[in-house]
Design a protein around this ligand. Structure first.
Ligand code: ATP
Ligand code: MG
Length: 392
């Protein structure tokens, strides 16, 4: 029934002179999203708007599904495009449109005509009145409400005539590619995929780093992280996932440092390594799934201890989220089912029975000094032997 999709965007419209940069990024993201979809689509900027015109048959659900994951879109309106064959034919076609689009007619509506082509024989007031009356006559259950209608029936007279009334909510945010690149610390848990999703939603491109510890963590645990990266990539676009073998470093910390400090020291090395990969790859910040008070390593004292070794800004979009709120987002974006698969995480294997919740920074630094002799070489080896997996 539909030939096109009108893409509505909100925040982009506030960008003044840079507006076209955001619109162009949005057009690119829409094209990227539609590429794997069956059918031909022409994504264009027209009269200050973005349309995805379909060149033939397509799967409506698939198109609205992929467009629903493009950041920067607030709403997607499927459009019926009609040739101008006179007002009588337009009336017939609009009635047919209403009949198909709304099987149940117990509702209110308002016609919103816009005459972009001024030589059209009726003005917009007359179009509103005449189409409104024809619809009322055609469907006994339907009512007009000019103040708070259930649907606005838009009829735009251009070269062709555009009819639309449905509006599917979009993913919001800013188009990916408008905010620089960030390095996500991606684990197999619930939180970090959500954190990556949220930063990408603000327009950032993301790459990711995963620390694994074979044989303490299995190949399946790694596969789970790859799967999560792929799920986040459905929204963010391609992600380069750096897989770091962390085993030797972890064992060395385990042998050398007091066990109640293990988690914090380990996390400080994760941040240092992630920061190094981030800088090498032109990232402007790190992203984690941390949230104040969630676990011992996420008290404000622990976060301060971890943060101390970071030179890049660390973005923690979930910092003030309750666990249940994070779970809700992860269910909505489709990462939850994978996140709860029971494969061990490298952090859970080396944790002490009673990790410190208020780490003493001086003591931590002193413990790390004992690592100095060998740790630098181990980090170089870990970086050199990393595996890079590109997910789309
Ligand atoms: P998540 O659900 O994201 O795993 P979590 O609640 O289990 O988080 P931690 O294990 O303390 O919390 O990890 C805090 C953050 O550190 C994670 O959100 C993630 O960004 C990063 N992180 C933890 N483990 C790893 C890992 N093995 N590889 C990469 N990043 C990690
Ligand atoms: Mg975790």
């Amino acid at each position: 029934m539909y030939q096109s999709f009108l893409i509505k965007y909100a925040e982009i419209a506030t960008k003044g002179k840079n507006r076209y940069l955001f619109e162009d990024a949005l057009v690119r993201q829409i094209r990227r999203a539609l590429k794997p979809v069956e059918g031909q689509f022409r994504v264009v900027k027209e009269q200050g708007r973005i349309y995805a015109h379909a060149g033939g048959a397509f799967d409506y659900d698939e198109v609205t599904d992929v467009l629903g994951r493009v950041f920067g879109i607030v709403a997607i309106c499927p459009v019926v495009i009609l040739e101008d064959e006179g007002f009588e034919k337009l009336t017939e076609d609009v009635i047919a449109y209403m009949d198909r689009a709304y099987p149940d007619k117990h509702m209110t509506f308002k016609v919103m005509a816009r005459r972009a082509r001024k030589n059209y024989p009726k003005d917009s007031c007359a179009i509103n009145a005449d189409l409104g009356e024809a619809i009322l006559n055609a469907f006994p259950d339907i009512r007009v409400d000019v103040h708070h209608p259930d649907i606005y029936l838009n009829v735009e007279i251009r070269e062709k005539i555009y009819v639309y009334s449905r509006s599917i909510p979009g993913a919001g945010g800013m188009p990916v590619g408008t905010a620089g690149k960030a390095m996500l610390l991606l684990s197999g848990g619930i939180d970090s995929p959500v954190a990556g999703y949220m930063i990408a939603r603000r327009g950032a491109v993301i790459d990711a780093v995963y620390f694994h510890a074979p044989p303490y963590t299995s190949e399946r645990a790694k596969q789970k992280v790859v799967d999560l990266a792929r799920q986040v990539a459905r929204y963010s676009g391609p992600i380069e996932l750096h897989v770091i073998n962390f085993t030797d470093i972890q064992l060395y910390i385990y042998e050398t440092c007091p066990h109640d400090e293990l988690t914090i020291i380990m996390r400080r090395y994760m941040m240092r390594i992630a920061g190094q990969i981030a800088e090498e790859n032109g990232c402007l910040g790190l992203v984690t799934g941390e949230s104040i008070g969630q676990v011992a390593s996420q008290t404000m004292q622990s976060l301060m201890a971890t943060n101390e070794v970071c030179t890049l800004p660390v973005y923690r979009p979930l910092i003030a989220f309750d666990k249940q709120d994070i779970v809700s987002v992860s269910e909505r974006i489709g990462t939850y089912e994978t996140s709860i698969l029971p494969f061990e995480d490298c952090c859970t294997i080396f944790v002490a029975k009673h990790p410190v919740t208020k780490p003493n920074l001086k003591a931590i630094r002193r413990s790390e000094e004992k690592l100095q002799e060998k740790i630098h070489g181990m980090i170089c080896t870990a970086l050199e032997t990393r595996e890079i997996i590109r997910v789309e």
